[in-house]
Ligand binder design. Structure first.
Ligand code: SF4
Ligand code: SF4
Length: 312
């Protein structure tokens, strides 16, 4: 019976756009928030949705920038994934089970002084419901979705780092999928080298404030929208636009206020100018190594990376 329910759940999630569905039993969930959110939880269902490889094409070519944020972030997070969650939770509720949909809340953070590069830092509520926020990466691994790469991104055989995901916590005891033994990340650190703002440290730790600044394009070398007089009065102007500034959270806030050169997306998502270059670099590496199962006629990177002059 539970095999049948799981299959129907997988079918409905895939019909609604999910590419990968994995289930982990509650006993292997290492994030305490799972049990806090649903004490009767028996299973966690993870549904992952590919970020279209083509949504990064515009940033790769230096042509259009909004496709990545609208198609690979906003539409997935705000339209496709909630719809799939709703339909799948309906099915579980029809069968008499609890079903708690869990999507990322971009504007709520457990940490007191961190940030989320995808949204306006001033709109984030910090430290309010920290214990009740799922650790999305940890839970994805515990469900058997994939492995954690050096950069912190979750990597899968199908899409490398190009996916986003949601969860359902349920009291249905569904058959588990196996955990993934790490095999994709070889520690090459291409992700770290690709970051225009050096936001990933030598040990893989991410400086989220540094990331927030360069996510929205503080590095002039890859931001065609930055006017010549950008940050004109900033004491560290050259270091900032060259990607060499080491910014404290306070300085990051100051810089962020000075670098709006491209419209944000309507659900308050910041427009990504780097397009998560770290993940793109990782994807390219994995593609080069031939370890991804989804193949394309042409490689993602078709010409050397471009850079604009830092000073005109
Ligand atoms: S490449 Fe972009 S998303 Fe990745 S760490 Fe750097 S700034 Fe952040
Ligand atoms: S770029 Fe290399 S080190 Fe970074 S996550 Fe991918 S495989 Fe791992």
């Amino acid at each position: 019976m539970m095999n049948d329910l799981k299959q129907r759940l997988v079918d409905i999630l895939k019909r609604e756009g999910a590419d990968l569905v994995r289930v982990g039993g509650v006993s292997r969930m290492t994030d305490l928030a799972v049990r806090r959110l649903l004490p009767s939880c028996r299973s966690v269902v993870c549904a992952a949705f590919r970020q279209l490889r083509g949504s990064r094409r515009g940033i790769e070519e230096g042509t259009t920038y909004y496709q990545y944020t609208t198609m690979a972030v906003e539409t997935l997070e705000e339209v496709v994934m909630p719809m799939a969650l709703l339909r799948a939770c309906d099915l579980l509720e029809e069968a008499g089970f609890d079903a708690l949909p869990q999507r990322r809340s971009q504007l709520i953070m457990a940490e007191e002084d961190s940030t989320n590069p995808e949204v306006d830092h001033s709109e984030i509520y910090r430290g309010v419901t920290g214990e009740l926020q799922l650790d999305f990466e940890r839970c994805a691994i515990d469900c058997g979705l994939g492995e954690r790469g050096f950069s912190g991104s979750i990597l899968t055989d199908d899409f490398g780092p190009f996916q986003r995901w949601v969860f359902i916590l349920t009291d249905a005891e569904l058959p588990e999928d196996p955990l993934v033994a790490p095999h994709l990340c070889d520690g090459c650190q291409a992700c770290r080298r690709a970051c225009p703002g050096h936001a990933i440290a030598a040990d893989g730790a991410l400086d989220r404030w540094q990331c927030a600044v360069y996510y929205v394009g503080a590095y002039r070398g890859t931001n065609p929208f930055m006017p010549p007089d950008a940050l004109a009065d900033d004491p560290e102007r050259l270091a900032v636009i060259a990607g060499e500034a080491d910014l404290t959270p306070e300085r990051a806030r100051e810089v962020l206020e000075q670098i709006h050169f491209y419209p944000n997306m309507k659900h308050a998502y910041m427009a990504s100018i780097c397009g998560k270059a770290c993940d793109t670099a990782c994807y390219i590496r994995l593609e080069e190594r031939g370890v991804l199962t989804r193949r394309f006629l042409s490689p993602f990177r078709r010409r050397p990376e471009w850079r604009l002059p830092i000073e005109e």
